[in-house]
Ligand binder design. Structure first.
Ligand code: GMT
Length: 373
């Protein structure tokens, strides 16, 4: 199949999932055309069957805001026509689904029929989408898409709650290349960050308010009092400066490491003992799945789709949003009980396999096949 994938090219989860999906489909022999405004961060070097079409925004002085959606729709028309695509798959409702609808209508007027699949990722529904200024467009696009998927049952339920739609939504979860065994720890690499007797806690995100990164730091401060440890923050975003300030106020800045954005998270996860995800809302929690896939247990909040991924008392622990004392208590007792800790590491690996690429990829392929006549 010739598939156009429209995505945000940044470090956000939706962009990561869309890029990894395209790479995996290309490996299976499909022809993949990424359409976005800059090279997706997870794309890596040149690969067979993968093409990238840049949406170029010219800075026309009449506009205070450049009309990205219009330019994107025109690009989709162009790519569908000249690359002879079979289907478009848009990730994130705004503005990708509405641009796809526009492109579809333009192509229809020229005698070309192209179906489009919309994948809802989370913040397009739970944060941005609920805003009344977006709601009518999102409801319309969900209803007009030829197929709609959501990354968790929780997100599917939220979509029905917040939007005017009864459209069938299929749950297709985030996925991971799962492993059968724990990777042995690379102590030489680990020693760059912590002493052998110290534990490493890790958080990876885009440091937006919704991630509650302050909770990560405050719970780490409690853990560190009982267990000598280091806290690694990977990623970047609006809360980073205040987080650095807070780490000084709490007197733990020497134990906290900010390593910035990383394109391959497995490197930092493989030297970590626990992954911390205390989010306010989280439709799935891809970062938690990436941690579990390398055998790192997850201490998280119990919001949104996280309980579908991290199983309480098995692959990690779940707490109420904001209950950082409970999160710290869970982390401490797990780190102090080596037998249980090793058991949780294996459980995390096993639970991650539920979301293996082999299980999830055919679900998308089936959706495409059903729409291509
Ligand atoms: O979590 C983010 O900040 C990025 C965001 C996005 O829209 O790219 O991630 C969302 O989509 C991911 C991939 O489907 C999910 O794993 C994340 O849970 C979801 N984030 C939220 O719901 C906050």
């Amino acid at each position: 199949m010739k598939i156009g994938i429209v995505l945000y090219p940044t470090f956000g989860g939706s962009g990561v999932v869309a890029t990894e999906l395209g790479k995996a489909l290309a490996k299976k022999g499909h022809e993949i055309h990424f359409i976005t405004y800059s090279q997706p961060v997870r794309l890596g070097s040149f690969r067979e069957n993968i093409f990238y079409h840049e949406v170029t925004i010219s800075d026309y002085p009449l506009f205070d805001y450049q009309p990205y959606e219009t330019i994107l729709a025109s690009k989709m028309v162009d790519v569908v026509k000249y690359e002879d695509l079979d289907i478009l798959h848009v990730h994130y409702a705004i503005p990708h689904a509405s641009a796809a609808f526009m492109a579809q209508q333009i192509l229809k007027s020229q005698g070309i029929n192209i179906p489009f699949v919309t994948t809802l990722h989370g913040t397009d529904i739970t944060l941005v989408g609920k805003d009344p200024s977006f709601e009518p467009v999102i409801s319309f696009c969900i209803n007009q898409s030829d197929a709609v998927t959501a990354v968790s049952q929780s997100l599917k339920d939220d979509t029905y709650t917040h939007f005017n739609t009864t459209r069938e939504i299929q749950v297709v979860p985030n996925f991971i290349k799962s492993k059968d065994f724990l990777t042995p720890i690379d102590y030489e690499k680990r020693r760059h960050y912590a002493k052998d007797e110290e534990r490493i806690l890790c958080h990876i995100s885009n440091f937006r308010k919704v991630k509650r990164v302050e909770d990560v730091l405050r719970m780490f401060a409690i853990v560190n009092k009982e267990i000598p440890s280091k806290m690694i923050f990977a990623g970047d975003g609006p809360e980073r400066n205040s987080l650095e300030r807070l780490s000084r106020e709490l007197g733990i800045c020497g134990r906290v490491l900010f390593i910035g954005n990383v394109s391959d998270t497995s490197h930092v996860l493989e030297i970590s003992d626990l992954f911390i995800l205390p989010s306010e809302t989280e439709s799935f929690g891809l970062a938690a799945l990436e941690a579990m896939a390398v055998g790192v247990p997850v201490i998280s909040s119990n919001t949104g789709g996280i309980p579908e991924v991290n199983i309480h008392g098995v692959s990690g622990y779940l707490s109420e949003v904001g209950d950082l004392e409970d999160m710290a208590k869970n982390a401490i007792q797990l780190l102090k009980d080596e037998t249980k800790f090793q058991e949780f590491k294996i459980n995390a690996l096993t639970q991650a396999k539920v979301f293996s690429l082999e299980n999830v990829l055919p679900l998308y392929e089936k959706i495409y096949e059903n729409l291509i006549i």
